[in-house]
Design a protein around this ligand. Structure first.
Ligand code: ADP
Length: 409
């Protein structure tokens, strides 16, 4: 549980504390009335301060108040959480240079923000950082997690206009930045990967027209090449659309009872024929019944098998295994390719992820890193789980489970 809201540092008052003395009463009773009025005002003021404190603490954004030397006077609960400082409240009592050293701040190029550009420095020299032009930086929180934050703020001035401190408001924008990064990546993928087959189709069409102008007919090779480019475009567009709909939750499965044993056989045969490579099939002799969208299940199997085939050498075996355990069907696709390095595992089923350095060894259709993401979403929509076990250098086993239909009496 986070610590309760803390007051980081109190501003000391030079005035000597009021000493309670015996009430002096005048004959007309005025001092008593004045005293009552004073206590009423004082009570109201305390009440007001409490209310303000409540509002300050309940603000969802991190709010920090600084004095003119950039010491933190106050920080609300959201600030403690945003900075990962709930366990280290003493962090805020440190001087600015120590705080920035403990929580480095980097710009969009990954460069450390220099002291004269720290938001507090800018505000304390009179700059505003308005909501219309927030500063966005990456912070390494006290617990070591990197987050992107948007910072706005303003200097605080006294009645004469002299700067006496600053207020900063920070918001965690990590998720938004991540989405922007993905959109950017998707645009790059779409423009690059869709342009390649498009250009090839265009060239092929020009070439065929020239042939026809010379009285020749297009050859089977021309048509095959055209077909391949169309197939590639279709594959990319379908992946993009599927991922979009699955992620947005606009995807409905057409579930019916089906025999997973038979489906595994069919897909293994199809993939084997398409790639001219043997696939070792290890399935039970009985039917395993699941309720599933057969086309989408076929898509998952095809994807895992085609990855196993395309990322491993042509002379290495690929195995498709189906088994039953604890009310679930378990499908495993094993290859003896390069395997998956441990550092890639957390990202493998994410969008647009391709393991650096892993080359397509067989076939020409390289994907855009959406296949496994789509597989994960489809398996999860079926109530199953998906994963991989791998020893880098000696292959990978991608697996998924599906709940089996209950046996009918
Ligand atoms: P792609 O369409 O690029 O193959 P996937 O989402 O299917 O996208 O796979 C993501 C990445 O995971 C691939 O680009 C590849 O780097 C790696 N990968 C997938 N399957 C295997 C495998 N069987 N062996 C080694 N690497 C694999």
């Amino acid at each position: 549980m986070p610590q309760p809201p803390k007051r980081v540092k109190r501003r000391s008052s030079n005035a000597s504390p009021a000493r309670p003395g015996p009430p002096v009463e005048r004959l007309d009773g005025q001092p008593r009335a004045a005293h009552d009025e004073h206590s009423r005002i004082s009570h109201q003021a305390t009440q007001g301060v409490r209310e303000l404190e409540g509002i300050f603490q309940s603000i969802g954004d991190a709010v920090l108040v600084y004095d003119r030397d950039a010491n933190v006077l106050r920080a609300n609960e959201a600030a403690f959480q945003l900075m990962g400082a709930t366990e280290q409240p003493e962090y805020f009592a440190r001087p600015a240079a120590e705080r920035y050293a403990l929580m480095p701040m980097r710009d969009e190029h990954g460069q450390l923000v220099p002291p004269d550009q720290w938001p507090t420095t800018r505000l304390l020299r009179g700059e505003q950082i308005p909501g219309s032009h927030p500063t966005e930086v990456r912070l390494r929180r006290l617990d070591g997690i990197d987050i992107d934050v948007s910072i706005t703020g303003a200097p605080m001035r006294d009645a004469e206009g002299a700067i006496i401190g600053a207020v900063i408001v920070m918001r965690d924008v990590t998720e938004r930045r991540q989405l922007e990064g993905e959109r950017h990546h998707m645009l790059a993928v779409v423009t690059h990967d869709l342009r390649a087959p498009l250009t090839s189709m265009k060239m092929r069409a020009i070439f065929m027209r020239r042939r026809m102008d010379l009285g020749d007919v297009p050859t089977a090779h021309d048509l095959d090449q055209l077909d391949e480019s169309i197939h590639r475009m279709e594959y990319l567009v379908n992946d993009l659309l599927d991922a979009e709909r699955l992620d947005a939750g606009h995807f409905t499965l057409d579930k019916r009872p089906c025999d997973l044993t038979d489906l595994c056989r069919q897909i293994a045969e199809e993939q084997s024929a398409a790639t001219d490579r043997p696939i070792t099939l290890d399935v039970p002799s009985v039917c395993l019944h699941v309720t599933a969208d057969v086309d989408r299940l076929a898509q998952v199997l095809t994807n895992l098998l085609s990855n196993a085939l395309k990322y491993s050498a042509t002379d290495r075996p690929v195995t498709l295994r189906l088994s039953e355990s604890a009310g679930c069907a378990r499908v495993e696709v094993r290859d003896e390719g390069p395997g998956i390095p441990p550092e890639a595992l957390p990202y493998l089923f994410g969008r647009y992820y391709r393991v650096p350095g892993i080359e397509v060894r067989h076939g020409t259709v390289s994907g855009i890193g959406l296949g496994l993401h789509i597989c994960r979403r489809l398996v999860e929509l079926h109530g199953g789980q998906i994963g991989v076990v791998s020893t880098p250098g000696s292959g990978a086993t991608f697996w998924f489970t599906l709940p089996l239909d209950l046996p009918q009496d």
